[in-house]
Design a binder for this molecule. Structure first.
Ligand code: COA
Length: 145
């Protein structure tokens, strides 16, 4: 498998948006994704290319040692092939700082909860009614060594 992680560019937006719509029942809008391309120092939009085609992305905000994983998705056609796990391991390596990686996830999203638990994220709280359909968010954190 030929894999490459790199910064997301404006030319990637259409492909990322297509994956976003295929991967989520409540996708971000194209404008929300485009905002992550703004050159603010804290935004780290990253894509995963397999054989030179974008197959996943992760959108992070990094404030010193507080890191927020705001979005991550793998193209449904290539899920369950180890790409999500590889992406998280890349993030752990790239942002290793002694900091904390934070995320929110739907408790009903078994694939993601299972993946995060397997990677050492611990549940630390609940945000009641966080999602637009009223589902709570499970807050998870992992210390980066
Ligand atoms: C969550 C997501 C990123 C996982 O990516 P992936 O490439 O499919 O995951 P991997 O193949 O690396 O799976 C690694 C491990 O995660 C767990 N996992 C992944 N998908 C799973 C599923 N559908 N059901 C149960 N466990 C799952 C398993 O432990 C798996 O290991 P295994 O295949 O040896 O059993 C992917 O399912 C996705 O893009 N989902 C839609 C978007 C989303 O929900 N993002 C997270 C928002 S918080």
């Amino acid at each position: 498998m030929s894999l490459r992680f790199r910064r997301m560019h404006p030319e990637d937006l259409d492909r990322v948006w297509a994956i976003e719509q295929a991967a989520f029942t409540d996708p971000w809008t194209r404008d929300m994704l485009a905002a992550e391309l703004q050159p603010d120092y804290f935004r780290h939009p990253i894509v995963l290319e397999m054989h030179n085609r974008v197959e996943g992305y992760a959108l992070l905000w990094v404030f010193d040692d507080e890191i927020y994983l705001n979005n991550i998705a793998i193209n449904p056609e290539n899920q369950r092939k180890g790409l999500g796990l590889k992406f998280l391991n890349y993030i752990f390596e790239r942002f290793r700082s002694g900091g904390i990686l934070h995320l929110e996830v739907r408790p009903s999203n078994k694939a993601a909860v299972q993946l995060y638990s397997r990677c050492g994220f611990a549940p630390v709280g609940i945000r009641r009614g966080y999602y637009s359909d009223g589902e709570d968010a499970l807050i998870m954190q992992k210390e980066l060594e």
